[in-house]
Design a protein around this ligand. Sequence first.
Ligand SMILES: [Zn+2]
Length: 234
Amino acid sequence: MVELLYLDDAYLVEFEAEVVDAHAPLLYLDRTAFYPGGGGQPSDTGIIKYGDSELKVVGMEREDFGHVIEGELPRKGSRVKGIIDWERRYKIMRTHTAVHVISGVAYMNFGVKITGNQLYPGRARVDLSFESLSRELVEDIIESSNEIIKKDYKVNVLYLTKEEFINRPDLMRVNPKLYEKYDQIRVVEIVGFDAQADGGTHVKSLREIGKISLEKYESKGRKNKRIYVVVENA
Ligand SMILES: [Zn+2]
């Protein structure tokens, strides 16, 4: 099993690892800090260094944690160094936590549900569902989200057993069946505000997000709206 270093340290940029398998263009390591993609968060990019060579990691295979490499792959057993594109990843982390704040505010203050999201570095698409959802309501949600960010709550990662998880319906914003195969469920908690089952990478405290603004508002029917938000330095 590959050790997934990003799960417990989202700020890890460089790591050393051993090649356990390689067949072009996929490189498999015994440990990695590269996020494989999932939950709306795109996979990481970066470089793998070995000897004097520097290989580009253009993405990850989500299913089996294969690093998609440009160039000639090192052999099985080689020691390599991985370095993730931190500028891009940090923007994605800020955006991911921002979407959790929006989701918490939308759900708790306004009864609005988030039905999907896609993250990009510094930008996110968020789908919302609510009776008679208006642009004004969305603007209120964004404004309240920025107020929450100013409170600078800490963000923690914790693990619950399946039993503990089932007794916390507030953590379940997605289909509970998705979690049936896990013994432990990873929860990302904005302390004192919101907690959600989540496998992604997040900032440590809300101020790191900066400021959220509404970029685009699209109506997909009376109940369903799609918005695009931008995350910038406050
Ligand atoms: Zn998430």
